[in-house]
Design a protein around this ligand. Structure first.
Ligand code: BGC
Length: 366
């Protein structure tokens, strides 16, 4: 495989300057990597937040477009007014933990409540806000980060890495690995916002989505799972057959009102462990298709409801409400507070164990 792998210093990427309000003391350590495969697909990733900044793929006629939302500068990412986690790895616990509280083995922990009364995506300085160490590997880049014991309230020194590789089958593979020296919780995921018509396009309401899940974990008004499982049959949440996203997104339904729209966790209909197709997204006009494969038990479909039009993206276009969506493979939000309950696989990582999980975004056209 022929692949161009280039490393750009921050200065080459943007005019960089340190800003006091960020925790980044060393802007020069921020790098961007470009992966290119034999089909001309290009993926750009920075070690700031282990963030995917760009995914350039062809449509059915071979026209290339960038389908991932992003900023045009490092400063955009570092100083984001709207904390939207564009393209980043989120964690130590992706999505919400009720009131930021949980316990392991009777020991209670308290995390930052950075989303109303709840904890979201790792807190104020989650993994999206730190500089990772980068290492070029075959066909990709490995990013590593040591999350210290007590960082954002989480127990245990967590040695985490994510390896991104780009294959000639137009797959972005994300392989997450972690170990800890104290019992802790881990649930990391990638938070790329997609619009398959190209970033900056108006809406994802015309995209067609299929999710291989017949149950969701319904939420309360704060988007915390109630602990129940809901059958999708006859509800706006039934994506078992491909469905236009706009069809039911404003349905008269309490869960939709809470979203508002889709911001929910689907439990995947798994056949055992291992890699399985979780979701397929397509955009009719361009013919672009993205499949999500994962080893995770669940997927969060977030329809970009909180994109508020206060964020200008890399091509100068404003990112409006529902102009992009996320498909975040994961364990269900707040799983730690359902530890041991049926249907809630554990999110606890103990010393001697290895967190090891892979998710794939695969692009094609039809
Ligand atoms: C959450 C949303 C949140 C968004 C950006 C998603 O993963 O489910 O509720 O607004 O991330 O923070």
């Amino acid at each position: 495989m022929k692949k161009i792998l280039s490393l750009l210093a921050c200065a080459a990427l943007v005019g960089c300057s340190a800003k006091q309000e960020t925790a980044v003391s060393d802007f020069d350590s921020i790098q961007q990597f470009t992966l290119k495969n034999k089909n001309g697909m290009i993926v750009k990733i920075t070690n700031y937040g282990a963030t995917i900044t760009s995914i350039i793929v062809p449509d059915r006629d071979g026209n290339m477009a960038d389908v991932a939302l992003g900023y045009d500068s490092v400063e955009g990412y570092v100083n984001a007014i709207a904390r939207e986690y564009l393209g980043a790895v989120v964690g130590r616990y992706g999505n919400r933990i009720a009131e930021g509280k949980f316990s392991i083995d009777g020991e209670e922990y308290e995390l930052a409540t950075n989303n109303g009364e709840n904890h979201l995506h790792g807190g104020y300085m989650g993994f999206d806000k730190v500089v990772w160490t980068a290492e070029v590997v075959a066909d990709g880049v490995k990013f590593s980060y040591l999350a210290k014991d007590g960082e954002e309230g989480y127990p245990g020194n967590l040695n985490l890495s994510v390896t991104y590789t780009l294959t000639d089958d137009n797959e972005i593979k994300m392989h997450y690995e972690a170990t800890t020296d104290k019992p802790t919780i881990v649930n990391v995921t990638n938070h790329t916002y997609f619009n398959l018509a190209g970033e900056g396009s108006d809406s994802i309401l015309d995209h067609v989505l299929q999710i291989n899940g017949s149950k969701t974990t319904p939420v309360d008004a704060g988007l915390i799972p109630t602990g129940e499982f809901a059958d999708v049959t006859g509800t706006p949440f039934d994506f078992r057959q491909p469905k236009v996203i706009g069809k039911d997104i404003d349905a008269d339904d309490q869960q939709i009102e809470y979203g508002p729209g889709y911001d929910h966790n689907w439990v995947l209909d798994r056949q055992g462990d291992g890699m399985q197709l979780a979701a397929t997204l397509s955009e009719p006009k361009s013919g672009r298709v993205m499949e999500v494969f994962t080893e995770e038990p669940c997927i969060q479909f977030y329809s970009g409801n909180f994109l508020a039009g206060n964020l200008t993206g890399k091509s100068g276009k404003v990112y409006k409400e529902r102009s992009a969506l996320c498909l975040e493979t994961q364990h269900a939000p707040d799983s730690i507070n359902h530890e041991g309950e049926a249907g809630w696989p554990s999110v606890i990582l103990r010393p001697g164990e290895k967190y090891d999980t892979t998710t794939i975004y695969k692009f094609s056209t039809k």
